[in-house]
Design a protein around this ligand. Structure first.
Ligand code: BES
Ligand code: ZN
Ligand code: ZN
Length: 478
């Protein structure tokens, strides 16, 4: 998809179709070419309301306001409605300089469709998008467009990985994707195979993967620019399938469990985006890639596992496997890299979906400054995150009578927070203020279209963390 900016007035531009944004509250008062028809079909210009006037080659879409978030969503909805049509080029007016990045992101995010398993592909034929920018300065937009393209394409890359089924994407395949990305984007890449993982004493991770015919991998990617302003470690939960293990999931909950590699896939997408933006930050991506299955060799409720850190864990539920994999991967990440910031992304708990809903990620950690940074990044990116607080009473619910800690809480309540507290036990004391846990169980995979996100994988986290990294660069310059 090619974007061209021009100072030409919109009516002088040649394109197959014009997209016209209508601000909801102005609809009654502004002059609109097709007012009569629009009123006849009861168009009101509500957010994401789309109407195609095919004979006029105009597509109208409603927006709440000329602001990044509504523009991104409206543009995405508009272009999604054109998938499978024969239009090749589009034109649109840029209403405000502050929305250029969101507009370009909207076009790329909205044009996504996942066709790997369809014999008939429904693709978008639009190749050229011409944006009329009036008499604004062309130059100032170039970097916004470049960032938008990089981040939105990285999000689509993540979506593709998550949407791939467990038989086509298992730990070794995730490692191959990482290797290929590393080669293309000049990243360092180290893959740990079972023998190496054993040598690292990552016994909790190994136990989770034991019953699967697909053996685990631990992936480490690194972006190392000269003179970095900071070092960031990202850790992704990479359960390529989560059956629940012997604490087997009910069949309905199992259907979408290819989503359980969303954290890992987001880490891959973020590594792609930081390397292409060439940010002056050293960024490390760590992934624990494992399949949680049943079988004669499966780990069991009742087992006691000794994690890499030496802490023993009583397993009371094999479906709380993500935290076991992350415990070892977090330790490995801290051993390998002394980072200034540590973010983990994981589809960790159903409780977070119950608590904050399907569209929002829950963030946890000891540092208010860091959590606020993630909130700011998410707001800029158009993703939703909300903070959940730790407390010492919930911490107590993880006590075990037989080991150092239990992998589930003894309370039915507060499951997202107790999972976060479990992870904290594997963060070294000196790193506790450097770490934020992001539970993306809700927004990573939703079985309907929402805003700029398609049915299925959203690529959640790529946009937020890319913005967080941009914030670090911005704050270092000021
Ligand atoms: N992968 C799941 C969490 C999940 C649930 C992600 C729904 C996305 C949608 C995780 O491994 C899990 O099963 N967690 C358990 C923990 C429980 C046994 C303490 C859960 O949330 O039920
Ligand atoms: Zn599970
Ligand atoms: Zn899981």
């Amino acid at each position: 998809m090619d974007f061209k900016l021009t100072r030409e007035p919109i009516d002088n531009i040649e394109a197959d179709l014009e997209i016209i944004l209508i601000v909801n509250r102005d609809f009654q008062t502004i002059s609109i070419k097709d007012r009569e028809i629009l009123e006849k079909v009861n168009f009101k210009g509500e957010q994401d309301e789309v109407i195609l006037l095919a004979e006029k080659n105009r597509l109208y879409v409603g927006v709440e306001a000329i602001e990044p978030m509504p523009i991104r969503t409206a543009v995405a909805t508009a272009i999604r409605s054109l998938i499978a049509t024969k239009y090749k080029s589009l034109k649109i007016v840029l209403e405000s300089s502050t929305t250029i990045r969101a507009m370009v992101e909207g076009f790329i995010l909205g044009s996504y469709s996942f066709n790997r398993y369809k014999s008939k592909q429904s693709k978008l034929n639009i190749k050229n998008i011409i944006i009329s920018i009036g008499n604004r300065n062309l130059k100032e937009f170039n970097s916004a467009i470049k960032q938008a393209k990089i981040v939105a394409k990285a999000t689509n890359f993540t979506r593709d990985i998550v949407n791939t089924t467990p038989d086509d994407c298992y730990p070794k395949i995730l490692a191959n994707i990482a290797k290929k990305l590393a080669k293309k984007n000049g990243l360092e890449c180290n893959i740990l195979k079972p023998r190496d993982i054993k040598r690292e004493n990552m016994n909790a991770l190994l136990s989770v993967g034991r019953a699967s015919r697909h053996k685990p991998r631990v992936i480490h990617l690194a972006h190392r620019p000269k003179n970095p302003i900071a070092t960031v470690s990202l850790i992704g939960k990479g359960l390529t399938y989560d059956s629940g293990g012997l604490s087997l999931k009910p069949s309905d909950s199992m259907v979408t469990m290819k989503l359980d590699k969303s954290g890992a896939s987001a880490v891959l997408g973020i590594m792609k985006s930081v390397s292409e933006m060439n940010l002056p930050i050293e960024v490390h991506g760590f992934i624990g890639a494992v399949e949680n299955m049943i079988g004669g060799d499966a780990y069991k409720p009742g087992d006691v596992l000794v994690a890499k850190s030496g802490k023993s864990i009583e397993v009371r539920n094999t479906d709380a496997e993500g935290r076991l994999v992350l415990a070892d991967t977090l330790c490995y990440a801290q051993q390998e890299v002394k980072a200034d910031y540590i973010f983990d992304l994981a589809t960790l708990t159903g409780a977070s979906v119950v608590g904050v809903g399907q569209y929002t990620a829950a963030i946890m950690g000891e540092s208010s400054r860091l959590k606020d940074m993630v909130v700011e990044g998410a707001n800029m990116a158009g993703e939703f995150v909300t903070k959940l607080d730790f407390n010492r009473y919930l911490r107590k619910t993880l006590k075990s009578e037989v080991a150092d800690i239990c992998n589930i809480s003894n309370s039915r309540y507060g499951g997202a927070v107790t999972a976060g507290l479990f992870l904290e036990e594997f963060i070294d004391r000196e790193n506790r203020d450097k770490w934020v846990h992001i539970d993306i169980a809700g927004p990573a995979f939703v079985e309907h279209v929402w805003g700029e996100n398609p049915h299925g994988a959203s690529g959640f986290g790529v946009r937020t963390i890319s913005r967080v990294l941009e914030i670090l660069v911005r704050d270092n310059q000021s």
